[in-house]
Design a binder for this molecule. Sequence first.
Ligand code: URA
Length: 435
Amino acid sequence: MHSPQALIATKRDRRTHSSEEIRDLVRGLVDGSIKDYQASSWLMAAYLNGLDSAETTELTLAMADSGERLDLSGLPKPWVDKHSTGGVGDKVTLVALPLMAACGITAVKMSGRGLGITGGTIDKLESIPGFRTDLSPSELVAQANQFGIALTGQSPNLAPADKILYGLRDATATVDCVPLIVSSILSKKIAGGAETVVLDVKCGSGAFMRDLGAARNLAAWLKDIGTRAGLNLRILITDMDQPLGSAIGNSLEVLEALSVLRGDVKSSVGRLAIKLVALALEASGTEASLEAAEARCVLAIQSGGALTKAREWLTAQGADPAFVDQAESKLPLGPVVRKVFIHSSGYLARADAGALGQLVVDLGGGRAHKEDLIDHGVGIQIHVAVGDEITDNEHCATVFAKTEEEADEAAQRVLASLYVTATPTEARPLVIEVL
Ligand code: URA
């Protein structure tokens, strides 16, 4: 057994941890023999001096083993999970999960809440009256067995070492460290039982990774460590310079996801969900080619199969069976609705995802601190996309706010985040790279 001081000194002195040292570290975190101040010192040493691939792989596996692991062995294969590093307007999980289930994949997922400008799937789903986000591991598996689809919030029993480390990273300015991010994300995927994982690494002003170099580095690390840890991984780098789709805000994003499931396969949300699920079908050997897999996804949406799965899923987790057909009247929506008109003409060159994400947080739709309560009904819909021709006085956005004053201010901020130029700008591709 290595003492906490010895573990800290190894990283402080830029030496490499053995597997036993990493296992001792994780064991000490969970049994409390390593105190918060010691774990924090180790985190700062790891942040400054780095962890190599072997250390990061061992950390990932040790954190995955630090609690319960979901046992999906009684469920039909393939078992697929999907993860996004987080972006503004990213409601793809709400489409991709029922689409996977409609294509014969067992889709079991743990999701998080939003923090800062990137929203969280659990917050979006909690807009739906009655929807439960606290399924126990056994409820999760039983529901996945019956419907092929189940989603829950972070379980305290899965990868508890990550929960401890993540809390300390948040408080010690050590979140932004690639080996720590990679082990955090992948340990939860492994503990969640999936064999095939599709990871969407977002890149741009509305994402963790602002530039392509940083996104490529994170994607390469995820691929390397995930493969070493035994996962069958496909990774996409996708654009987050403009918001994904039109809606930002919890209820509004649920409505947009349902409209994609009703057949809007050409929208950006539809195209990205299809791409992710097609990669999962190909990677798991369910379809021989990406083209065949994409065609199967399009059919699953157009035939209504994916919408049927969404209905089964939401009802199984507590929503009214009529919810999907009456969502507009059942979801909370901000009482003040303000149309925003743009006063210039030309072409939309930029819709600043970071600024628009912050605006929705400030309207009350996101949280600055973990314990903040959120308002599910506020948000914005952006009716224009980068590359579109803009005419003077065009209705470019709609704001849903709590008060007239907040709606006025939000309308000004929406306009300040849209940049119009005289000459056309081509939008960055939605899918930038696939690894
Ligand atoms: N998401 C995670 O789960 N962990 C991180 O460290 C960063 C993003």
